[in-house]
Design a protein around this ligand. Structure first.
Ligand SMILES: *Cc1c(COP(=O)(O)O)cnc(C)c1O
Length: 440
């Protein structure tokens, strides 16, 4: 890493030929004493950009509104804002963050259906119009606090295939939608969009088909009730780890086919989505150190069959970077910074966090070579629902984040910045979004 850094964005530029791995190795050598090491992240902002560009290329008809809750680190949000992403905000604080970065109102959705009246009023007074509702009670709140809103009606999806079932908490059903639309009509409020969220950790690309078909049904219902609904919001749930790239390709193909069936190119419908993990999961690598290790033998007469097991305690925790396990049922897997020898013996091992809480098990069982105090483990694909949700429980601070970017990526970003984010995109300018069309 060279000394040149960019203050506006808080990046360090990678020297030519340098990779994130090199930075991790460099940092390993920086601290010689094993006493004062702290866990830290290295984040490849180039990866965030690459993902964004890949999205624009493979789903050019779907404008991404990044779900800020997934990772609200300022540098991440700034980077995405600089290349023209929209944002799905869950609270007043997130909306304020977008305002401070100069994101046009038309690129902000106030998405979380569980809104506080004071925060709805804040959005209303600050030009944010697109808001999600999914029930009569929430509709009444929005109607009184923000009568000029442009509603997004969130429908429940069949999330039986998702890792985490949330449809019980969010979304109106097809049956109640009609009633809700009629209510909205009576209240003289506008509905412009139907949204769904196939739920975090969706492993079945096919889940998008019934969701798109249901949305189409609500579009027609809207027309019957007298609305012109013209925006389809696909929500989030797009996988973010590099190793599920194939799944993403499958999702894109499923979505394109469903568009052909339910929203043909002459329908004039515009489409957005709210990807979260997709944008940032793979950019983050976490480095932790072993602070305590405990050896156990499975039987008293320990023999060569490998009954010996190891418990490693590291300097991060379940309520820290590993909240993704609780929140998201994420499965994390350690990598060793030191490449093991080919004949290295592996032992059944478990990895624990540093909290005074029995819940703090990070990896229940994995095979690892014998490690020593001070040895480092890496966790890749750890950008989603980690730093954003991490607490300082027990007084342990969150790991420092080191942002890096290669110069070619930085230059690429400057080019996008100057052409893709025209300042004249203001207010409720949905018309700047591309009209839905099939590509490729
Ligand atoms: C959390 C959330 C997202 C982002 O989900 P990912 O699985 O990270 O893509 C998108 N939309 C809504 C409504 C959400 O609640």
């Amino acid at each position: 890493m060279n000394n040149f850094s960019n203050d506006e964005f808080d990046y360090h530029f990678l020297d030519e030929g340098f990779t994130v791995k090199d930075i991790l190795n460099q940092k390993k050598n920086e601290v010689s004493s094993s006493d004062d090491k702290d866990a830290f992240y290295v984040v490849d902002l180039g990866d965030v950009l690459k993902k964004h560009l890949r999205w624009l290329k493979t789903l050019p008809q779907v404008t991404p509104f990044y779900a800020v809750k997934c990772n609200n680190s300022l540098t991440i949000v700034k980077t995405l804002a600089a290349v023209g992403a929209g944002f799905d905000c869950a609270s007043k604080t997130e909306i304020q963050m977008m305002q401070s970065l100069g994101v046009p109102f038309g690129r902000i959705i106030y998405g979380n259906p569980w809104k506080q009246v004071s925060q709805i009023k804040y959005a209303a007074n600050n030009g944010v119009q697109m808001m999600t509702v999914d029930s009569e009670v929430k509709l009444m709140k929005v109607a009184s606090a923000h009568p000029k809103t442009k509603l997004i009606l969130q429908i429940a999806t069949d999330d039986s295939k998702a890792v985490f079932h949330l449809s019980a908490k969010f979304g109106t059903t097809l049956k109640t939608s009609r009633l809700l639309l009629e209510w909205v009509r009576e209240l003289n409020i506008d509905v412009i969009s139907v949204s769904f969220h196939v739920r975090s950790g969706c492993t079945e690309p096919e889940s998008f088909v019934p969701a798109i078909s249901d949305a189409c049904y609500i579009f027609d219902m809207g027309t019957e009730v007298g609305f012109n609904i013209y925006l389809l919001d696909l929500g989030g749930g797009f996988p973010g780890s590099e190793d599920v790239k194939l799944k993403s390709e499958e999702i894109i193909s499923v979505i394109n086919t469903a568009f052909d069936t339910y929203f043909p190119s002459d329908s004039g419908v515009r489409t957005i989505a709210e990807p979260g993990r997709y944008n940032i999961a793979s950019a983050f690598t976490l480095a932790v150190d072993i602070i305590v290790l405990q050896e156990q033998s499975g039987s008293d007469d320990e023999d060569e069959s490998g009954e010996q097991t190891f418990m490693y305690y590291v300097n991060d925790k379940m309520y820290g970077s590993f909240t993704c396990i609780l929140y998201n049922h994420a499965q994390v897997k350690p990598l060793l910074q030191k490449r093991p020898k080919s004949d290295e013996k592996y032992y059944s091992s478990s990895i624990w966090g540093q909290m005074c809480d029995g819940l703090d098990g990070i990896v229940e069982c994995c095979d690892l070579p014998e490690m020593l105090m001070g040895h480092r483990m890496l966790f890749e694909n750890i950008g989603a629902y980690t730093v954003a949700a991490a607490s300082t429980f027990n007084g342990f601070q969150r790991p420092i984040i080191n942002y890096v970017m290669s110069r070619p990526m930085w230059q690429g970003m400057q080019q996008i910045k100057s052409c893709d984010f025209p300042p004249e995109v203001e207010d409720q300018d949905i018309s700047t979004l591309p009209v839905l069309r099939r590509v490729g």
